[in-house]
Design a protein around this ligand. Structure first.
Ligand code: PGA
Length: 263
């Protein structure tokens, strides 16, 4: 049975002074069996969040928001996968804000994926179409192309073994308060699984968790998790609010229960 996952993408929010306390409060308010919880703070807050979680609830994992595609070298300001070992166990890759602002291409994201897997970081690979692509009816083709580009050349066994997770995040839904519908996210998850099968991940891609991301809240999470093909959420804005996280993870707990993931 696929993992049920709620991942918090804090983006460029929090400082080393306040991140530990926020992580502590969220961990305490989301203690729900069967849900894998991941908090992804800015790089400079990884250590303090990790320490805070180790003290209050080590079952909450820590993730980074990106990683460099080289191991080391003259890359001013960058962070490589081996540097994250001991600080994080997950990493978000190919977020649309990095595709947009840092010019990340599918090929580059594919190289990052290899570094993440080699370092033992569990990857959350983000895909999703822009508004004009959706309006042109190209959403499925776009995510299939993003997947194929990032997964090209990777051994399916290492992707499976590394616990690859896909986040479907339509760009027009990120930070806009305008979420996709549950049925729509489910259709896109099916397209993603078809793409995963093409890449050699099981015959139907069924073993890989697919998350929805884009203006997820405690109010709309139920619509997504009512879909059997959606396995959790990548949460941005709402992930900085403990009340919101409590509601989202509680709803994910019901899905975990329904799937028999709770002992
Ligand atoms: P949002 O962000 O929940 O604020 O829309 C989601 C994301 O970018 O991962």
């Amino acid at each position: 049975m696929r993992d049920v996952i709620v991942a918090a993408n804090w983006k460029m929010h929090t400082t080393p002074t306040d991140a530990g306390e926020l992580a502590r409060v969220i961990a305490a308010r989301t203690r729900i069996a069967g849900v894998a919880r991941v908090i992804c703070p800015p790089f400079v807050c990884l250590a303090v969040v990790r320490e805070s979680l180790a003290a209050v609830d080590p079952s909450v994992s820590v993730g980074a928001q990106t990683v460099h595609h080289e191991l080391a070298g003259a890359f001013t300001g960058e962070i490589s996968a081996p540097m994250l070992v001991g600080l994080a166990t997950w990493v978000i890759l190919g977020h649309s804000e990095r595709r947009r602002d840092a010019g990340e291409t599918d090929a580059l994201i594919g190289r990052k994926l290899g570094r993440a897997l080699d370092a033992g970081l569990r990857p959350i690979l983000c895909v999703g179409e822009r508004l004009e692509e959706r309006e042109a009816g190209r959403q499925e083709a776009v995510v299939r192309q993003q997947l194929a580009g990032a997964l090209a050349g990777h051994d399916p066994a290492s992707l499976r073994g590394g616990g690859l997770v896909i986040a479907y995040e339509p760009v027009w839904a990120i930070g806009t308060g305008r979420n996709a519908s549950g049925a729509d996210a489910a259709r896109m998850a099916a397209a993603i699984r078809a793409g995963l099968a093409t890449a050699g991940l099981a015959e139907d891609g069924e073993s890989t968790s697919v998350l929805y991301g884009g203006s997820v809240t405690s109010v709309n999470i139920g619509e997504f998790l009512a879909e059997p093909g959606i396995d959790g959420a990548l949460v941005g804005g709402a992930s900085l609010k403990p009340d919101e996280m409590a509601g989202i993870v509680a709803r994910a707990g019901l899905t975990a229960q329904g799937r028999g993931l709770v002992p």
